[in-house]
Design a protein around this ligand. Structure first.
Ligand code: ADP
Ligand code: ZN
Length: 611
């Protein structure tokens, strides 16, 4: 059987993603590899497929029990014998594993790095090892954010088993980490496969200058518009996770919170509820991270600014692993910048972290295609705009904004450079406050000169002025605003300031499309309404989703493991009524065809008859 035939038989796919086939052939010829692919790029298949084709058992090193469990579930759901060796194993499981190992049936064994070193002699005595795969290999590097001491000993594998191919896989692209992996794994000559980091199925959007009330409303709108979908909302603080969750709960949206202040059991419960589709939204701090393999996360919202582009990209990468269109939205406001600068200063690596934050801020304020900015950051260039980001959808409109700069700077100068951004906004908008009165700022000639411009737009304009170097925030002096020389030129009419109009309140959300490129609503009238071929039947999709949930609960798998969203959409579009046609659906291998063919096709037939 060829690799292509294995792909269809075990995974139900007909074509390889970029690089998968090359990597598989490389490993089959017993050579080492380093695989750099974005989250959702399809890394697992690169070692799982050779593991099935080769004699013996593939040993996969993985840092978290939840990740191992997810992978083992996925493999078992496809009829592959796989197991994970970890501290939570029962005696019964260990016995079963041993039997499977001895009989040669076990094809993949997942193991934590600490377990591996102690159990390796037993494994290699009992069975031939086909290959070693080191998942989340960036954990080896102290540079990364997920450094794990135990990973640094993995070099022993190549030294002890020089003839067994080693593949290290990660979604972290930077060069320091990559060199660290090759060196520490003792595979200096491994071939490096680097695929594009682009995730074209993720839409990118940034909302600037929303205060917390506006942000909450925007979040609620967004979540309500995605009422059948699951998503993650990342917040900077525990308090924010709770505030947002509470707000959603009040609108009857099933939600969980996740942060480092919860007990391990509470966190586990939240994660399981999300993975098993019992809650729709998780409001989380970045503690909700690497263990999230759920493939049908349809959106990621950043309620606060992430601290670096690396973090941002990794976090939004948790959406749309199944390749279906998914949305991301980032809220940007200068309050977060001030707070994050403070964190960076205390972090012990001040200059690096400050630099990372600056790049994040530039991204959020960028007026060019966001995907190009991101890809450029990761060292990839792209020749055209993406069409799937807010800048591409609403190209910036420029105008002469010199007068705005003059208003702002005269307020800044007249307060003796003693006002924060919020206070300057109050002056410009003519908002009375006891504070302003006490300082006499309500009597300034600039008071209320900008009242015709909404506060949110002012914030946006000021952010632009900061970015263009007309004004700066004196972080060392209570965050007061301070004019810069370029701004002074504009203030005295010696230079012109081109500005961009703030985004309008509502931008078109990305349009969900079925596989065939047409999205339709289910007709409201019941009866014999039949849909055209190649059009997704939304009601059928929902019906099948319920069936999937029931089967998942019965079988103890998360729903997306029983069947991906992508397969469900295709089922609702093609509406197969025989087991053979069912087997043609992407993601349905031989095992799933036999296991689920009847129940799904019966359900489809029944549904169509009664509609
Ligand atoms: P990664 O580990 O790189 O984050 P995964 O290995 O979890 O990504 O793969 C992401 C998704 O893509 C999974 O749902 C997987 O089944 C799917 N996938 C992988 N390879 C293919 C392929 N050749 N065709 C279609 N889907 C694929
Ligand atoms: Zn774009």
């Amino acid at each position: 059987m060829t690799a292509q035939e294995y792909l269809k038989k075990y995974f139900g796919y007909t074509t390889f993603r970029p690089f998968q086939e090359e990597i598989i052939n490389h490993l089959l010829s017993h050579q080492d590899a380093l695989v750099l692919m974005p989250t959702g790029g399809g890394k697992s298949l690169c070692y799982q497929l050779p593991a099935l084709m080769m004699e013996g058992v593939a040993v996969v090193v993985s840092p978290l029990i939840s990740l191992m469990k997810d992978q083992v579930d996925q493999l078992r759901a496809n009829g592959v014998s796989a197991a994970s060796l970890n501290s939570a194993n029962t005696e019964e499981e260990r016995l079963w594993m041993r039997r499977e190992l001895m009989s040669g049936r076990l094809k993949l064994l997942y193991v934590s790095p600490e377990r591996l070193l102690t159990d390796l002699p037993n494994i290699s005595r009992d069975m031939k090892i086909s290959l070693f795969a080191i998942d989340e290999a960036h954990c080896i590097s102290q540079w990364g954010h997920d450094f794990r001491q135990e990973y640094t000993q993995m070099g022993v594998l190549k030294q002890t088993f020089p003839n067994v191919p080693v593949v290290a896989l990660t979604a972290t692209a930077d060069k320091v980490t990559r060199d660290d992996i090759l060196r520490q794994m003792c595979i200096p000559h491994a071939r490096v496969f680097q695929s594009s980091f682009d995730r074209p199925n993720l839409s990118l959007a940034v909302r600037r200058g929303y205060d917390s009330r506006q942000r909450q409303r925007a979040v609620l709108d967004f979540v309500t518009r995605h009422s059948n979908d699951c998503g993650i909302i990342y917040c900077l603080s525990r308090k924010n996770t709770e505030t947002v969750a509470h707000m959603l709960e009040q609108h009857h949206i099933p939600v969980a919170v996740y942060h480092a202040g919860l007990t391990a059991e509470e966190r586990e419960r939240a994660q399981q509820a999300f993975v098993n589709d019992r809650v729709q939204v998780v409001c989380a701090t970045v503690a909700f991270g690497m263990g999230i393999n759920k493939s049908n996360v349809r959106y990621v919202i950043h309620y606060n600014l992430p601290r670096s582009i690396e973090n941002y990209y990794q976090e939004i990468g948790r959406a749309g692993r199944d390749g279906l269109p998914s949305d991301t939205m980032l809220f940007f406001n200068l309050q977060d910048v001030i707070q994050l600068r403070h964190f960076a200063e205390e972090s012990g690596q001040k200059s690096i972290n400050m630099e990372r934050l600056d790049r994040m801020v530039e991204y959020a304020q960028s007026q060019v295609c966001r995907r190009r900015t991101l890809l450029n950051y990761f060292g990839e260039s792209s020749a055209s705009d993406c069409g799937n980001c807010d800048v591409c959808r609403n190209p910036p409109v420029r105008f002469d904004g010199s007068q705005l700069v003059q208003m702002l700077l005269s307020a800044v100068v007249r307060t003796g450079q003693k006002a924060t951004m919020r206070q300057v906004c109050d002056i410009l908008c003519g908002t009375y406050s006891p504070e302003l009165k006490a300082k006499g700022w309500d009597l300034l000639p600039t008071f209320a000169v900008g009242r015709n411009i909404p506060l949110r737009d002012w914030k946006d304009y000021i952010a632009q002025m900061l970015q263009m170097g007309y004004v700066e925030i004196a972080y060392d002096e209570h965050n007061h605003l301070r004019p810069m020389s370029l701004g002074i030129e504009v203030l005295y009419g010696r230079a012109q300031a081109m500005m961009v109009r703030p985004q309008s309140e509502e931008q078109a959300p990305s349009v969900r499309r079925s596989r065939a490129g047409k999205a339709v609503e289910t007709p409201l009238v019941s009866g014999k309404t039949s849909l055209a071929d190649g059009v997704e039947d939304k009601a059928l999709f929902n019906h099948l989703r319920e069936l999937r949930l029931r089967l998942a609960n019965e079988q103890g798998f998360p729903p997306y493991v029983v069947m991906s969203d992508k397969s469900l959409h295709q089922l609702a579009t093609d509406r197969p009524q025989s087991e053979e046609a069912f087997g043609q659906i992407s993601g349905i291998g031989e095992f799933k065809r036999k296991r689920y063919g009847k129940v799904f096709t019966d359900s489809i037939r029944e549904f169509l008859k009664n509609r």
